[in-house]
Ligand binder design. Structure first.
Ligand code: ADP
Ligand code: MG
Length: 642
């Protein structure tokens, strides 16, 4: 560089730069506040550069080793100045980096914008970094004064974003860069404090929101109001906390610190149930800090809640509520991922296609499952709390997430006949199975007392077989989609063959076969009478004191599923109904007599209908013709007592 100063020159921006500036100024109306994040991130990058270079060349620091970024809001000049003591720029570097777009991260933004046909919707703008030029979203005029270490002169660059800029040499004592934003009136108005970028509280809030973990202090002179009568005082404050908690090693962090961090960042009022903090190196590099909130959001199961994972790139906030990292049913997990692979200038759309991010997502899933498995094993009480809040989500996962089914099924818990107040896992159930039991029994119903009074329960109770209770709508979906656990099929007590034979004494088996044979013609007559209502009529091997029950076949949906589906306005699917008669019940004897004496009598027909109606009622279903049913009952009741 010559001793002679280079005078003021006016130059034109590149065509693309012009387009972009035009857009910044005229088309983008939302989320303009991100300009501060962009400019602070540039300042931080510039300090990173000199810090690294000074390790081998200490002179570059010019006796100014205290790296910092300073904000000055000046109401007299209506300007906001962002100063750093970073690497600065030479004349050529300013022309190269600021006058053209080729190098800047803004380039990918512009490409994306072209793809979108030039329409800059707020989502795109909000999630994309827009680099240096974002200054023009809020400033009428931008002045950059910079000096690289070792240079005698500084460079002054200025533009109003109208297509040209001026550049000249100027005096600048300190190394580094100052960016002076002459704010547009809209962004310095006290009427709109949220977007008043001269307001110290607004600036403080934005630094906290977007740049809290920048490694260098972001300082600002704060005016502190004095008490009544006293003058205001001024003090320099550091607005950012600098070290992100997740960067520290695990054993340096106290549980209270995790909890406080969680509450601050995710606006929670209570401590999280669980904290997961892991670092990964290698093919994918990231740090993650995840939390399971103590309580599910009140609307968690009703609609899509606005939760997700927060993304950072080397401590700089990239975006909030990124939802595609975890499957939907795990969206109760809050937290963040910091990876150098995310760039500031990335859209949600691009992220969705990022393989790195997919791998990270898979790893996070593993971390969550491992944590839950351990919790179940080591801290049952905590797991019970977890289950209370998120059990339904895990059940949803078993049929929504095929890939993780094996892990999810070990996490499931159900009430059972074994204990009134403890839930049981499948493994615990299996451990209690007597020899000869080949299937896992379950019953569906609205609560414990209605399930325990089901006629089908009696035989299992008598044989001492444990039955899982499914009270929740999603339960049967989950069990149906799993089909079996550790090669033990799930068997509804109200479906098909209960497979009790293995447990039966050989004598009982013989008796059953005889009963079937003896009653063939009676069964055929009942079936005939109930044509169109039931698919089959059988002698029951599952009833004790009840005369009848209604079950569904092995194939197709169950009766309870039919009910769920019809409540969901889907009455297309019908369970095949099988009426089972208890051969040991007194009523069966009466029926047999009636059939023997007068198989075509109205009386016999009524009995068939009434038995079927009873079976429906016990299942919580209404007889198809309630009035006819009531009339038959009334007729029977008015018969003289024996
Ligand atoms: P990016 O940061 O993605 O490179 P920007 O548009 O934010 O894109 O910045 C363009 C370039 O301008 C930077 O790469 C850097 O070389 C230069 N630059 C911007 N701000 C500063 C600064 N405060 N100090 C030094 N160089 C800067
Ligand atoms: Mg940048």
């Amino acid at each position: 560089m010559t001793e002679q100063s280079i005078g003021k020159q006016t130059r034109e921006f590149q065509t693309e730069t012009k387009q972009l500036l035009d857009l910044m100024i005229h088309s983008i109306y939302t989320n303009r506040e991100i300009f501060l994040r962009e400019l602070i991130s540039n300042a931080s990058d510039a300090i990173d550069k000199i810090r690294v270079q000074s390790l081998t060349n200490h002179d570059l620091l010019e006796g100014d080793p205290d790296f910092a970024i300073t904000l000055v809001a000046d109401e007299k000049t209506n300007s906001l100045t962002i100063t750093d003591n970073g690497i600065g720029m030479t004349y050529d570097e300013v022309v190269e980096n600021i006058g053209t777009i080729a190098k800047s991260g803004t380039k990918s933004f512009l490409e994306k914008l072209k793809e979108a046909g030039g329409a800059a919707d707020s989502e795109l703008i909000g999630q994309f970094g827009v680099g240096f030029y974002s200054a023009f979203m809020v400033a009428e005029k931008v002045t950059l004064i910079t000096r690289a270490p070792g240079q005698t002169k500084g460079i002054c660059w200025e533009s109003t974003g109208d297509g040209t800029y001026t550049i000249e040499e100027c005096d600048r004592e300190k190394r580094g860069t100052s960016l002076i934003l002459s704010l547009h009136p809209e962004f310095r108005s006290s009427e709109n404090p949220e977007e008043n970028f001269l307001n110290q509280y607004t600036l403080q809030r934005l630094v906290k929101k977007y740049s809290d973990y920048i490694r260098y202090p972001i300082k600002m002179t704060f005016t502190v109001k004095g008490k009544e009568g006293e003058a205001a005082t001024q003090e320099v404050r550091t607005l950012n906390s600098m070290t992100p908690l997740w960067v520290k090693s695990k054993n340096e962090i106290k549980p209270e610190e995790y909890n406080q961090f969680y509450k601050d960042v995710f606006h929670a009022w209570d401590d999280p149930l669980e904290v997961m903090h892991t670092k990964a190196e290698g093919a994918v590099e990231y740090t993650t800090l995840l939390f399971i909130p103590a309580h599910a959001p009140f609307d968690f199961y009703q609609r899509e809640t606005n939760t997700g994972i927060r993304l950072y790139s080397k401590n700089v906030f990239v975006m909030d509520n990124y939802q595609d990292l975890l499957p939907e049913y795990l969206r109760f997990v809050r937290g963040l991922v910091d990876s150098p692979d995310f760039s500031l200038n990335i859209s949600r759309e691009l992220l969705q296609h990022s393989n790195q991010l997919k791998k990270i997502g898979k790893n996070l899933e593993k971390t969550i499952f491992k944590t839950l498995e351990k919790m179940l094993e080591k801290d049952r009480d905590k797991y019970k709390k977890f289950w209370q809040e998120y059990g339904k989500a895990i059940k949803n996962g078993t049929y929504a997430d095929f890939a993780n089914r094996d892990k999810l099924q070990t996490l499931l818990m159900f009430p059972s006949s074994h204990s009134v107040d403890e839930l049981t896992t499948f493994d615990e159930y299996i451990a209690r199975m007597p020899a000869g039991q080949t299937v896992i029994y379950y019953a569906t119903g609205k609560d414990r007392s209605s399930v325990e009074r089901l006629p089908q329960m009696e035989i299992l109770k008598e044989k001492g077989l444990e039955v899982l209770y499914l009270f929740d709508r999603v339960d049967e979906f989950a069990i149906d989609s799993l089909r079996e656990y550790k090669e033990k099929k799930f068997q509804s007590i109200s479906r098909g063959d209960l497979k009790l034979q293995e447990l039966d004494a050989p004598k009982d088996k013989k008796d059953d076969e005889v009963a079937d044979k003896e009653n063939e013609s009676l069964i055929a007559a009942v079936k005939e009478q109930l044509t169109g209502k039931v698919a089959d009529v059988k002698i029951s091997h599952r009833l004790k004191t009840s005369p009848v029950c209604l079950v569904s076949g092995d194939e197709g949906i169950s009766l309870s599923m039919e009910q769920i589906l019809s409540e969901m306005d889907n009455s297309m699917y019908k369970a095949s109904r099988i009426l089972e008669l208890n051969p040991d019940h007194e009523l069966f004897g009466v029926l047999r007599e009636l059939h023997a004496v007068a198989p075509d009598s109205d009386n016999f027909k009524d009995y068939c209908e009434l038995l079927y109606g009873q079976a429906l009622l016990m299942e919580g279903l209404t007889p198809e013709d309630p009035i006819g049913f009531a009339a038959k009952v009334a007729r029977l009741m008015t018969k003289p007592a024996k």
